[in-house]
Design a protein around this ligand. Structure first.
Ligand SMILES: [Fe+2]
Ligand SMILES: [Fe+2]
Length: 289
């Protein structure tokens, strides 16, 4: 088991080695680029996805799952993309890409639960940017990406530092202490900071990287990244309150009403928005089956 002074350098060594470190699949980069380009339409996206049989099968399965299905089953990727919508397609591609990058090798982390949580926080973050008066300037697509990847540091810890991950897990279970605090004490940095270092390697936008790094202490991130971190933190608390939490993330310390107050969500929108967050949680389940 590494000490706090040993952990930082060995994380850096992993990041520098490049060999072991997961890289983001080309397909995901292509889909993200196509989605960022306003000129490309559903057809372009469908064409990129069509080249990847496993992803195609996955999207068809989700499009025909109970959470999305209405009417006749869809049998081609164009129709599946149309039914799911850009937001869900982006979500699935990125999630599938990161799963591939890391593989299924998990030690302690429940991957299914992890992805259900991550997909929900991504989708709720994006919705929060349109419901919140305070964070209305935050870009919805960036909020989505940052939300989906906010806990990616946990994948790194679980896969590359299993002993440290297990040690943190045992201490959080025993003391009912928030995981990120235990990580900071034992490793010198929390899973947000670990994830931020990976996203730097993956060359994701600075705001996304910084917001992920600071998602457990959003007040410490400055400028646009600080606002984005607040959105992720709020989305995490909402998802946790509605049953899509990841153990000991510390989000239960705040109630949904406090989040909605903080984000300045108008009173007449709150009920409908919370109902939507619940539905997002259910849909995230379909992603992970
Ligand atoms: Fe989380
Ligand atoms: Fe977290």
């Amino acid at each position: 088991m590494k000490t706090a002074t040993e952990f930082g350098p060995s994380l850096e060594a992993l990041l520098q080695s490049g060999k072991q470190l997961p890289s983001l699949p080309v397909l995901v980069i292509q889909v993200q680029k196509a989605l960022a380009n306003e000129m490309s339409g559903l057809r372009d996206i469908a064409q990129i996805i069509d080249r990847d049989p496993a992803l195609t099968a996955r999207l068809l399965r989700v499009a025909n799952s109970a959470a999305f299905s209405r009417g006749d089953p869809v049998t081609n990727i164009g129709a599946a993309v149309g039914r799911l919508g850009m937001g869900h397609v982006r979500s699935l591609c990125l999630a599938v890409g990161v799963v591939r990058a890391f593989g299924d090798a998990s030690h302690r982390l429940d991957h299914k639960r992890y992805w259900q949580h991550s997909a929900s926080v991504g989708m709720v973050s994006e919705r929060l940017t349109s419901e919140s008066k305070r964070y209305a300037r935050v870009d919805g697509a960036e909020a989505y990406t940052a939300g989906l990847l906010h806990d990616v540091g946990l994948l790194i810890l679980d896969q590359f530092f299993p002993e440290e991950f297990a040690g943190v897990q045992e201490e959080t279970d025993g003391d009912l202490e928030a995981r990120w605090r235990v990580e900071q004490a034992r490793l010198g940095l929390d899973h947000g900071a670990v994830g931020g270092r990976l996203l730097e390697r993956w060359q994701l936008p600075d705001a996304v990287r910084l917001a992920v790094a600071g998602h457990h202490q959003p007040e410490s991130a400055a400028g646009p990244a600080g606002e984005l971190a607040q959105v992720i933190w709020g989305a995490e608390a909402l998802c946790s309150a509605l049953g899509v939490e990841l153990g000991q993330e510390g989000a239960a310390e705040i109630t949904p009403t406090e989040v909605l107050d903080q984000c300045e969500v108008p009173a007449d929108r709150r009920e409908a928005f919370l109902a939507e967050v619940g539905l997002i949680g259910e849909r995230a389940l379909a992603f992970t089956h």
